[in-house]
Design a protein around this ligand. Structure first.
Ligand code: URA
Length: 189
């Protein structure tokens, strides 16, 4: 396991998969290094690739609204992605790309030691919660792995495409708020 600075250095120079050839910036993730709550998306989009920051495009604005609904400040959580370089045309990251990248995320989780991990969308839920995860059925449900409480929300981009997912997501967010009150100790207000 690497410390934060060594991990960051390795990650931003990574050439482990083909996405290195087409990226503008590596999106390492951002937020508190002692965050109790981590949000894990799929991979950077166009704005994220351009800026090097996670969830700053349209989906990111919705994520900010979702955080605000449950009084979570962006700087108090950690926001990262399954793959840290943009897949061309925002296609799903390939397994081989996810395999190449997952070690960075595992190292980040080991350093941050979050109490709660929230998967944004099916790609991270399948990889982090269980391989047969069904986002339409299992969003908002809680799973425990190695003492970490885990759940998944519809991906903000999927909510933008299909606003009928909003009411369910609101319920899931309230469940996250309850879980935070149960298991977290930091102040969020
Ligand atoms: N979608 C993601 O999954 N991650 C980002 O950082 C931005 C959009």
């Amino acid at each position: 396991m690497k410390d934060w600075d060594a991990l960051y250095e390795e990650c931003i120079h990574c050439q482990k998969c083909g996405l290195a050839e087409t990226r503008t910036n590596v999106v390492f993730g951002e937020g508190a290094r002692d965050a109790e709550v981590m949000f894990i998306g799929e991979g950077p989009g166009e704005q994220e690739d351009r800026t090097g920051r996670p969830f700053v495009g349209r989906a990111g604005q919705l994520l900010d609204d979702m955080l605000a609904m449950i009084d979570l400040k962006r700087e108090k959580v950690f926001i990262g992605n399954m793959v840290k370089c943009r897949p061309p045309q925002n296609r799903d990251p390939l397994n081989i790309e996810q395999e190449a990248c997952i070690g960075y995320l595992r190292n980040q989780v080991a350093l941050i030691r979050p109490k709660i991990i929230i998967c944004l969308g099916r790609i991270s839920a399948i990889r982090l919660i269980k391989p047969d995860f069904k986002i339409t059925k299992e969003h908002g449900q809680w799973f425990e792995k190695s003492g970490v409480h885990m759940t998944a929300l519809f991906h903000p981009a999927a909510i933008l495409r299909d606003p009928s997912r909003r009411p369910d997501t609101f319920v899931d967010l309230k469940g996250i708020q309850t879980k935070i009150r149960e298991v977290c100790t930091h102040t969020y207000r």
